[in-house]
Design a protein around this ligand. Sequence first.
Ligand SMILES: [Zn+2]
Length: 118
Amino acid sequence: MAVLSGNRETMNSMLSATNQNWKMNVFYISLGMGAFLMFGGRYFGDLFSIAHPAYINIAGVLIGLISFFVACVSIKCPDCKDKWFWRAVSKSKSGDWLFWLKSQISGPACKQGANNGT
Ligand SMILES: [Zn+2]
């Protein structure tokens, strides 16, 4: 996991330089909540005697989709508005997009925004 590979990349990354790491944390938490509801829907349905527990699963899916969408539109370059999260998901090979996103030092589109040496 990229998270475990030390502070160097997170300290110097474009995400921390532009104070957008918290958006990633919000994304993780809301995605976790969505998965929790998605897989726990039947359990909560029994626990609270909900007639249609499938709605809980659907709510979990929706929370996951919304958190993904919010991350796509909100995590972006402050200079050129390049959508970093979306770029990572759509351009990187599946599996290493998160590492790619967290290890970028400057904006991939404009090479500005983070630690550009000035
Ligand atoms: Zn940029």
